[in-house]
Design a protein around this ligand. Structure first.
Ligand code: ADP
Length: 355
């Protein structure tokens, strides 16, 4: 159980790289927080600062009400699971899992009991006497987690724990991590560049770009109300489509003109546009592929790519120097090379500032 606060945290490396900027986050007890973003955006560095493996350059880290900036990693009572497992090769699975208890001088019998208990949760009973070299990738990852669980830490920190596993095993381990989270009733902080992992595991997702937080939200909120074009384009596959447009007012109503169409904005969006004085200014309109339509009118274009996935079909078009993806029915008669009109559900558009 842990509550963790980061207040205006910065990390500047000696070579002048500022890897993390003004990072402020409130982690509640039993949150499953996921840091997600492209490679190099500062996810691992932030996690390592929480773990005490990297010094904080500026700002404060508070765990359960206590400032932790200068507290040694081993005294923070949090466990970290790494991508490369970091198991001791000369020790058996049981010895690896019991290692932290041995350091704490926990009696042998109690150690064995605890290890067996955790091995049962993770399905490792059969391999307790094996060495890491005799294990599969999935088993190694389970041992790494087992080693963390045995310690009963305040929080679990995981840095891309599944990225060395093949796709099928990754899906399976993802479910196991979900189950573990429910069973352990603890705080989890998890780093990944994979949006599926982020969306399926996180209760609170932190999207990062170039060292800065872009949005902190639940998976639903992130998908339905992305804060900016970056988040909108990062979460969702295929990504959201973007169109350039301009907001105008006519007879008290606000319209956005885009892709040769005039769309009346719903009242809440119209109010926002008026409040932000965006009338007459360029904006970006975002529409998810599932909110696009093939219709009798709209933008006429040729299908460049036809992708049938079994349960649905994606059609891709070239438009305004980019690509537009449209999700449609699996049994659509439309094929590559056909000329059709695409349009979008006017009530499902997102509006962003033009950058
Ligand atoms: P992510 O986990 O999102 O891939 P990192 O936190 O590993 O990103 O890295 C963020 C930035 O900090 C990158 O530009 C990376 O090159 C830089 N960086 C990471 N570790 C160090 C280091 N020890 N010294 C200098 N720069 C570093």
């Amino acid at each position: 159980m842990a509550e963790i606060q980061l207040n205006h945290v910065y990390k500047k490396f000696d070579d002048g790289v500022t890897a993390v900027k003004n990072f402020t986050l409130d982690i509640q007890d039993r949150d499953f927080v996921v840091f997600v973003g492209p490679s190099g955006c500062g996810k691992s560095t932030t996690l390592r600062m929480i773990a005490g493996l990297e010094k904080i350059s500026d700002g404060t880290l508070v765990i359960d009400g206590k400032k932790m900036n200068d507290v040694q990693s081993c005294d923070r009572d949090i466990a970290m699971v790494f991508q490369n497992y970091a198991l001791y090769p000369h020790m058996t699975v049981a010895e690896n899992m019991a290692y932290s208890l041995r350091l704490k001088h926990v009696p042998k019998k109690e150690r064995r009991q605890k290890v067996e208990e955790v091995a049962k949760i993770l399905g490792l009973e059969e391999v307790l006497d094996r060495k890491p070299a005799e294990l599969s990738g999935g088993q190694k990852q389970r041992v790494a987690m087992g080693r963390a669980i045995v310690r009963q830490p305040k929080a679990f920190l995981m840095d891309e724990p599944l990225s060395n596993l093949d796709a099928k095993l990754r899906t399976q381990m993802r479910r196991e991590i979900q189950k573990l989270y429910r069973e352990l009733n603890s705080t989890f902080i998890y780093v990944t560049h994979d949006q599926t992992e982020a969306m399926t595991l996180g209760t609170k997702i932190v999207v990062m770009k170039a060292g800065e937080i872009q949005q902190i939200a639940s998976p639903e909120m992130l998908y339905n109300e992305p804060a900016n074009v970056f988040v909108a384009g990062f979460i969702g596959m295929p990504p959201m489509n973007f169109f350039r447009g301009r907001c105008q007012m006519r007879y008290e109503k606000v319209y956005v003109s885009t892709a040769g169409m005039q769309i009346e904005l719903p009242p809440d969006m119209a109010d926002r546009v008026k409040k932000k004085s965006e009338l007459g200014k360029d904006v970006i309109i975002g529409v998810r592929p599932e909110d696009m339509l093939i219709a009798d009118e709209g933008v006429e274009s040729k299908v460049r790519v036809y992708e049938m996935l079994g349960s649905e079909t994606y059609l891709y078009f070239d438009h305004d120097g980019g690509t537009v993806a449209v999700r449609t029915a699996a049994d659509t008669p439309i094929r590559k090379g056909d000329r059709v009109h695409f349009n979008f559900r006017k009530d499902k558009i997102h509006l962003f500032d033009a950058q």
